[in-house]
Structures are given as structure tokens and as C-alpha cells.
Design a protein around this ligand. Sequence first.
Ligand code: GDG
Length: 452
Amino acid sequence: MALGAALREFSGVWFGWSGQTVDSYTGQLRVERHAGITIATVDLDEQDRNEYYNGYANRTLWPLFHYRTDLTAYERSFDAGYQRGNARFAQALAPLIQPDDFIWVQDYHLALLARELRALGVRNRIGFFLHIPWPGRRTFTTLPRHRELVTALLDYDLIGFQAEDFRDAFADYIVQTAKGSVAADGSVRALGRASRIGAFPIGLDVEAFEAATRSEAAAETAARLAASAAGRQVILGVDRLDYSKGLEERFLAYEQLLADHPELHEKLFLLQIATLSREEVEAYKDLRARLDTVSGRINGAFATMDWVPLRYVNRAYRRDELAGMYRAAALGLVTPLRDGMNLVAKEYVAAQDPDDPGVLVLSEFAGAAAQLRAALIVNPMSREDVAEAIRRGLAMPLMERKSRWRDLMAEVRRTPVEAWRDAFVAALREAPAPATPPRVAVGDTRSTAPTA
Ligand code: GDG
């Protein structure tokens, strides 16, 4: 969604993995047009899927950057897979690059792409945007060869983060560990390289989302949910089924609320949409099993003949249907343990009825908490904190709900996706031009050389 806005504005080419795997890697590009955008994709092989995508990207970097060192795989083969994946993408992409193109690289799967493109002689400006948190220095340095990863990142002309916190954590590494420098304008000098860093909080395509909220499908979904609620207040969670989203902790907080407040029984229910994600990764299977257990326990303990306190749903919904659910919910429960931004929080706000808005309960560890200060901010680790915020939110008088919502909506409108795109592109334009000679550094420890 977010990149769609950038690509339409600049008639860009989207390049990435097709999501398909083949028996042996060919590097063959497939180019299609879709809704006015050129899309170029390449297939990977099974080893890439295991070592690169499910491996280093989703079993090493994702958990580590979300502070889950207990779930982080530090495996040499994944490391090699990540190098190979990035090198393959660079080789497939390089022939498409025109001399005056800007290259915008998205997210943690592609930290080495600039280094690989530079090694192939690409001199264009290249920016990197990280959608997820950048962890604190002592957590990040548990990554073997963390220095190599940061050195490769500094081959980008611009490194963007979702929040100032994450930018500052990166700067802390540069100064304390890499013994480099970070200037007030975000210029970085370290490890023999120069780059620039900045915070660029992502936002919604507000107009498109408001249109979805006004759609017939949204109205129908909202009406259906309200009818099935039969006067009970709806608490809504919408998340990918991911351990960073704090689903288990959320269920336990809700269980605590029901245990402590029998007067609330039958007056509310929690609808949790948890779309399945990364099902090939063991930690996700384990989490799913635990959520099945806790949700079953809650319903077993508290449900009555005609009341199910927790509706736990693993299927995905259309965007306009989700908009309808947000609107019908009296409370949006967004309690990730760590999150780069969290767009669900912003979507929940944008979908509300200005005359009778719901209440947003938001984790202090979501990037969005730096902006959405008028939400009820909670520590997602504390059952008491979350349970109390739910209780307070559901009882909040209309005047306070309206005043908080007005502040929240003003924030959502202040930083729409277009502002994110424009700020990142402007910063990339202003970044100093890339250094000239290709830099395959002496002492470069790559274990996999780019294949010819
Ligand atoms: C990453 C970072 C950062 C969810 N269920 C369905 C569905 N969704 C949509 C939501 C929302 C999006 O998925 C989820 O976005 P989030 O930002 O909440 O979370 P991540 O997926 O973890 O995203 C995160 C984000 O990138 C953006 O930079 O904020 O920190 O982790 O838009 O509405 N959409 C549809 N059906 C569903 O069932 N159609």
C-alpha cells in the first residue's frame, strides 16, 4: 500500500521476489504491468527460501530486532543464505537501473543490497527504509558479524527509521561500538564510509482508507458485527499472528479483566483477528498452539449459553471489511511487545465515527506511540495495566472520547503516507552523492561470492 503511493507518483518500477521457488535459480526476470505500475520479479530456489527468507530474514533479524534473542537463530548457513539472496537480487536488478534512477530499498530482508549493487558498479543514490525497530546496542551486538551488517548498511546514501528512538539506537551503535560520528543533521561517518540517517514515520493513505470506511462492504460488516454483538461492547484486535504483537499477553490481560470484574461478564467481548503468517517457521507454529490453548481456556472458563467472551479468528478479511469492524468496535486493542510503527492503530483511529468514536489502547513499545499520545498508552507486559485500560476505555464518557479522538485523528492526518514518501525522497535527494570507486573492502568476510 505504502509503496504504491510512491511508485504512482514517480512512475517507478517495483522489483522483488515473486514469492515462488524453483528447483534451480535462473535469475530470469518477469516484468508485468499492474494498476499502472511496472512490476519486475525473480524466483528464488528452495535453499534461498529456507536460508535467506525463512532463515536469516525471519529467524535471525526479525526476532533479534524485536528483542527476542531467545528466538533468534544464529546459524552460519542462514548468514550465507542472506548474502546469496542479496547478491542474487542485485544481479537481477542491476540491468534495469537507469542512470538517473533513485533506488528505494525496503526493509530488513535487503540490508546488503546497496553493497552488492555498488560492487556491480551501480552509482545511483540508494536509500534504505527499515520498517521494524532497530534494537538497542547490547541486543544488536549479539548478532555475529554485526559490524559487517552495519558496514553494508552504510553503503546506502540514506538509512530511514520509523521513529527517533530507532534512529538514536543506530546512532548509539555508530558512536559507541563503531567509534564513528553522527552529526546533528544525521550525517554519519564510520567504518570508512559516509551516509545519513533519519526518522520517517510511516502513515496511512488516509483518503483511500476513508473511502474504504465509507464503502458498502464496510457498512454491511459494521452492521453485521453490531447485530451479532447484541448490545455488547466490542473490543477489537487485528494483527498478523506474530510473537511481536503480544497476542498471548493480550489474552492473559483479558482473562485477568474477566476474573477481576464479574460485573463486566456478558457486557463485552474481544474479537481478535489474527491472520496466519510465516507458518513454515517453528516459533509461529508454537505460538499458534499456545494461543489455541489460552483462547480455549478463557472461553471454557467464562462462556455462557449465549455469550462467547473471546472470538478468536485466524482467517484474513478484505480491507473494507476490516474498516467496518474497526468502526463497530468500542475499543481498539493494539498491544505489540515491539513494533516498528503499527498501522492498525492508525487505521482504527481513521475508521471512527467522529460523533461517537471508540477508544484506542496502544502499547508504549509501538513506534506509533510516539505520535498517538492521546491514546490510552499501556505497558503490554503488564496484565493489570492492559486490563485497567480496557475497563477505563469502555467506560469513557463521550466528551473525553471525542476530544482524544480529535487529537489522534489530527496526528493521523499530519503524517499520511504521502508525507512519509516525500520526506524520504527529499532526504535521499539531499544526501551527499555516492562515493565513486566500487568498494569491495579489504577484509570483507563474505562467505558467498556473488555468482556470475
Ligand atoms: C510491518 C512492521 C510497520 C491485517 N490483517 C488483515 C490485514 N491486515 C493489515 C492491516 C494493516 C497491516 O495488515 C498490518 O500492518 P502493521 O503495521 O500493523 O504490522 P506489520 O504487518 O507487522 O508490518 C510494522 C509496518 O510494516 C509498516 O511499515 O508498522 O511495525 O512490522 O494495514 O490492516 N489486511 C487485510 N486482511 C486482514 O485480515 N486485507
